[in-house]
Write a protein that binds this ligand. Structure first.
Ligand code: AMP
Ligand code: MG
Length: 513
């Protein structure tokens, strides 16, 4: 455990520990960022600043803008780009690495050591002929979504701030650059392990495994019910870690599915070893519910479509398991550890939908039909009618709150969401029947805390991006306000909770960023 840190830190007082740098030269290349012209602050996450214990005005300290745009180096930081490999769209892609992310090192904060990265800070040895930059458009998306996911209570890497620069960047058209400061306990990916397995560097693999075991020590103790891990062999610790990772992913996938989040590029190099949502690219919070929805226009086969995300997570876990095979002799044990994903996923999914439906856990002996069939039933109706996913759940929550007073009429507003409401009405019979065994007021409260009023829809991103391109960052700020507490009502911000406008259908989001 690190010693407690003061709660009002200046950025210049941050204590850099550079843990990843200490792993050795095999893991990374030391380098500094490439400067950008005329950097300007665009946006900050005050929530993350508070969590990290930074002073409110940390951004006004001299030199901070330069350091977080890559034009200067913080005293004590040892910047580096790390090497990893990965499977992309189901195929081995070989060596990738931080092509445009620079790890500045780790700092000690009151919530523990946190790695700080600059994304879009210039080319690295892993850029593979690309420019090492991130455009303003994709940086706004990653900034907002990182903090939106945190607001939803979903594990994620975080975003502290973003900086714009007039530096021209070419994608399908001419755009301009931005630099994102992102933060996480670690940005290690499945692909880091795959890399050292592929080059058969067992010593590095072991070092990396020990690094993540150390990071996960507390969670591993909880998982194994042990007060210390000393009694376990290295192999046993690795197996416990794979179990924990499998369970983390079962939880993460159920949370993604619950809010209708599509990641878009679940390549193994985009899978956080800590089970965080990472690398926001062509993501989307679904509008109309369609289990087969593909949010990434570069995903021609629909490999990463909404309904398939959990299966892909399992596939990716097997890539991780394979990478661990030189550290764990008995591969059956690896398969068994990872299979916890399969046993936990249905339980986690059920838990998520029970909350969304406002149901408390009843044993199946107490029920004619399990709650999972209620959830499956409504998802089928929503898919058939292509009803807006987030609006449905929020309206249902509000309706349950009015039910004690208005009886069935409370659901008229939900009914209106369906062109043909017969399927919904039929489902409602069963749901109201099940609600009889609940305290309905408590159910409504639970639902309002489980079904967000606000999610970061594509068109909301787009409006904020267009405004930011024209030099107006106020839309980003307004979105941050609602998305950091998306279960609150936020009167005056209703338009952010509305159906997408017609033009949103023609938005095409690809890997280009
Ligand atoms: P992604 O699909 O964004 O997860 O990126 C896959 C790989 O390509 C990673 O190794 C990235 O670092 C790299 N990459 C993506 N865009 C760029 C860029 N503009 N410059 C350098 N490397 C990039
Ligand atoms: Mg990536």
């Amino acid at each position: 455990m690190s010693k407690p840190q003061p709660s009002s830190l200046k950025i210049s007082e941050l204590n850099w520990i550079n843990r990843f740098a200490q792993l050795g030269d095999a893991f990374s290349t030391r380098l500094t960022a490439t400067a950008v012209p005329n950097p300007q602050w665009m946006a900050f996450s005050s929530n993350l600043s508070h969590e990290m214990g930074l002073q409110d005005d940390w951004m006004h300290e001299p030199g901070v803008l330069d350091a977080l745009s890559g034009n200067a180096v913080f005293k004590g930081s040892e910047p580096l780009a790390s090497v990893y490999s990965g499977h992309q769209f189901g195929h081995w892609a070989g060596q990738l690495g931080d092509g445009r992310a620079l790890c500045l090192g780790e700092v000690l904060t009151r919530v523990g050591p946190l790695e700080i990265q600059l994304k879009g800070a210039g080319p690295t040895p892993y850029s593979r002929r690309a420019d090492g930059r991130a455009v303003l458009r994709s940086t706004v998306r990653e900034f907002l979504c990182s903090e939106a996911m945190a607001g939803l209570g979903i594990p994620t890497t975080r975003a502290l701030c973003m900086v714009s620069s007039p530096l021209p960047v070419y994608r399908e058209e001419l755009e301009s650059a931005a630099v994102l400061t992102r933060v996480a306990p670690s940005f290690v990916r499945f692909g880091h392990f795959e890399h050292f397995a592929s080059v058969q560097n067992k010593a590095a693999l072991k070092t990396l495994a020990q690094f993540v075991l150390d990071l996960s020590q507390e969670n591993l103790m909880k998982h194994t019910n042990l007060s210390a891990l000393d009694g376990l062999s290295f192999e046993e610790k690795c197996l416990a870690f794979l179990e924990l990772t499998a369970i983390n992913y079962a939880k993460l996938m159920s949370q993604w599915q619950g809010v209708g989040f599509c990641h878009g590029v679940m390549n193994t190099d985009n899978m956080s070893i800590l089970g965080l949502t990472i690398d926001y690219g062509p993501f989307q919070f679904m509008d109309a519910f369609d289990p087969q929805h593909i949010c990434n226009h570069s995903d021609h086969e629909g490999r990463y479509r909404y309904a398939q995300q959990p299966q892909i997570a399992y596939w990716n876990l097997f890539c991780l398991g394979q990478a661990f095979a030189s550290l764990i002799e008995d591969t059956d044990k690896i398969v068994k550890a990872l299979s916890l994903f399969k046993t936990h996923l249905p339980l986690e999914i059920e838990r998520v939908y029970q909350s969304k439906l406002g149901l408390l856990e009843l044993s199946s002996a107490q029920q004619d039909k399990p709650d999972s069939s209620l959830a499956e039933g409504i998802l089928q109706v929503l898919a058939q009618e292509r009803v807006d996913y987030s609006i449905f759940w929020r309206k249902l929550s509000v309706a349950v709150g009015h039910y004690p007073l208005l009886a069935r009429a409370a659901f008229d507003g939900v009914n209106e969401l369906f062109l043909d409401a017969r399927g919904f009405q039929l489902w409602l019979d069963g749901y109201l029947d099940r609600l009889k065994s609940e305290n309905v007021e408590a159910s409504a409260q639970r639902m309002l805390k489980s079904n967000p009023k606000f999610v970061l829809r594509n068109h909301l991103c787009e409006i904020a991006i267009q405004a930011a391109k024209a030099g107006d960052n106020s839309e980003i700020e307004r979105l941050m306000k609602v998305l950091s507490s998306p279960f609150d009502e936020h009167p005056g911000f209703e338009s952010f909770a509305d159906h997408p406008p017609h033009w949103a259908q023609s938005l095409s989001i690809s890997c280009s960023s």
